[in-house]
Structure formats: structure tokens, C-alpha cells
Design a protein around this ligand. Sequence first.
Ligand SMILES: Nc1ncnc2c1ncn2[C@@H]1O[C@H](COP(=O)(O)OP(=O)(O)OP(=O)(O)O)[C@@H](O)[C@H]1O
Ligand SMILES: N[C@@H](Cc1ccc(O)cc1)C(=O)O
Length: 321
Amino acid sequence: MGVNIEERIKIAKKGTIEVITEEELRETLQKKKEPVAYIGYEPSGKIHVGHAITVMKLLDLQRIGFKVKVLLADYHAHLNGKGSMEKIEEMAEYNKRCFKALGLSDDTEFILGSTFQTTGEYTHKLYELSLITTLARAKRSMAQITREAENPKVAEVIYPLMQVIDMIFLGVDLALGGMEQRKIHMLARENLPRLGYNAPVCMHTPLLHGTDGGEKMSSSKGNFIAIDDPPEVIREKVEKSYCPMKEIKGNPIIEMAEYLILPRYGKMLIKRPEKFGGDFELDREGLIREYLSGRLHPLDLKNAVSEYLIKIFEPARAYLE
Ligand SMILES: Nc1ncnc2c1ncn2[C@@H]1O[C@H](COP(=O)(O)OP(=O)(O)OP(=O)(O)O)[C@@H](O)[C@H]1O
Ligand SMILES: N[C@@H](Cc1ccc(O)cc1)C(=O)O
């Protein structure tokens, strides 16, 4: 790895909301030749732009020398009401192809949760963790993850404990996830040392709102753009997306530019007819400034975002075909 540690840390942090802690990340990079970074996904019917934000971060981590492990969390999905194990396993196979299609290197390890989560050793550790975790804490950690808000099941508190134990079994030095994973990660950081294990560095990426402006882009809500949507579908979905003029908070189109396109390209080219001011190039600050002022119109932004998404996902679409 030719790049120095500070440069690697800069690449790791780019586009994240937080790294807990940067000092520990530095130490990991200094001490380990090939540290392990992991993320888990509940297998889904579709892999969308929200997931892609985390995959792009995995690509960065690979670039700076991390070995990447992707957990296809079939039991977690099952415990979270996503259906039968058979159905979930089929989705896991498709998801694995999608993640590969997004450019993860050949040495990426894909692990199906159920291949190790029922062993005696795993279960023993789970019981030990259950003895030192309060029910209130386990429930709290699931606030933004559980699907069953009305009539919560015991499964809801087994889920986060399993996620913590996964980190031991996968030998994780760094746990990546969207911001909603934070409370489970904090539980891991607090309790793994109490069980005699090192706490991983935790890294959190921003959550993308749905195309309808809903809280989170989600494959179960129909408010997503899939990585394998054909170009015309991407254009249509972006065109219909929530994107209020001069408003950036909760605006999924601005977020796609900010969280996916700009970290990758640094600048965005906005194409406009001469009579509306002609083409211009924007970095992140420029994008925010111009959009807030109203000088950048939602329609011009949407056109640019569609074309970038089509370009970014083109190799994935070709691979999946
Ligand atoms: N809309 C999103 N924006 C950013 N990251 C996301 C989004 N949706 C999921 N992720 C990230 O992907 C990782 C795995 O999430 P997972 O696939 O289990 O989510 P999910 O909420 O079940 O997705 P879906 O509801 O679309 O099936 C998490 O780290 C999560 O933060
Ligand atoms: N909790 C993650 C999935 C996951 C499951 C197990 C893990 O070890 C890691 C991540 C989600 O919300 O989707």
C-alpha cells in the first residue's frame, strides 16, 4: 500500500458522518497488515442507491488495504419479519451478485449468516451477552431497524445481540453501516470488551431519503431506485422524485448528488440550455449554494443526477444482464 496512513484515513472518512474513533482507525492501520472491515445486509428484493452508498464506502476501504467481508444476514432478515429462510436465501444469492456487480474485488468474502450463527460456540457467546445487556438497551438499539413497531416480538432483542456476536465470529476490525446501525454498534463497543474481545472501529454513512421524500429509501416501500433499473426507469423515477425548490433538507435528489455522485467525481456537470444560463460545474459547496439560492433549478439538477446514476450503475447493469 503506497499511500501513507493519513492519506488512507482521509479516504476512509470521505463522505461518512462519523468514525468512532479516528485514533483507533489510525492504530488499526498502523498495526494490521490486512485489517477486516465488514457490513451486514438483510437480503432484499432489490439493491438500491441507499445500499450503494455503503458499497462505495466498501470500495474505498478495499482501496486502502482492508479485507472486506459482507454478511448476508439471512437470520436477521428472518427475525425482522422478511419472510421464510428459503425465500431470504434466494434473495441473498441475487444480492451477492448485485454487490459484486458494484465492483467489489474478487477477494471480497460473502458469508451467509446461518452458516455460523447456530453453532454451539456462537450460541454460548450470545447467552453471555444477553446476561450483560439490559432489555431496554437492546430494544433501544433497534428503534430504527425493526419492522414490527406495533407488536414487538422477542426476536427484536435477539437481533442486535446476534449482530454484536457476528463481529467476534467474522474477526472484525471495522464495522460499517448506515447511521441507523449506530446504537447496535455502540452496544458492541461497550460490551465486546466486557466479554474479552476488542471493540471494532465503527463507521457510519448517511441515510438516503426515499424518492417520495420518505424517511428512508427502502426496497419494501417502493420509493427506491434500484442499481439495475434500466436508464429510462431511472430517468422516470428521478423525474417524479420529491425535490422541492431551494430546499436541501430531506431532498433525496440533493442527497444522491452529495452522498454518491460528488464523493466519486468531486464535481458535477449540470447541463442547461444557453437561455437558462448554459452548462456549469459544481462542487459540494457550489451545489448547496446554487440550489439554496434558486439559481439551480430542480429540473436541471434532476436531469444531471439521472445521467450520473445511469453512468455509475452502467457496469453493474451490464454485469447483471
Ligand atoms: N436508504 C438508505 N440510505 C443509506 N443507507 C442505507 C439505506 N437503506 C439501507 N442502507 C444501509 O444498508 C445496510 C444494510 O441495510 P439493509 O439492507 O438491511 O436495510 P433495509 O432497511 O432492510 O433495506 P430495505 O428496507 O431497502 O430492504 C445498512 O448499513 C443500511 O444503513
Ligand atoms: N442490522 C443490519 C443488518 C445486519 C445484520 C447483522 C450484522 O452482523 C450486521 C448487519 C440492518 O439493518 O440491515
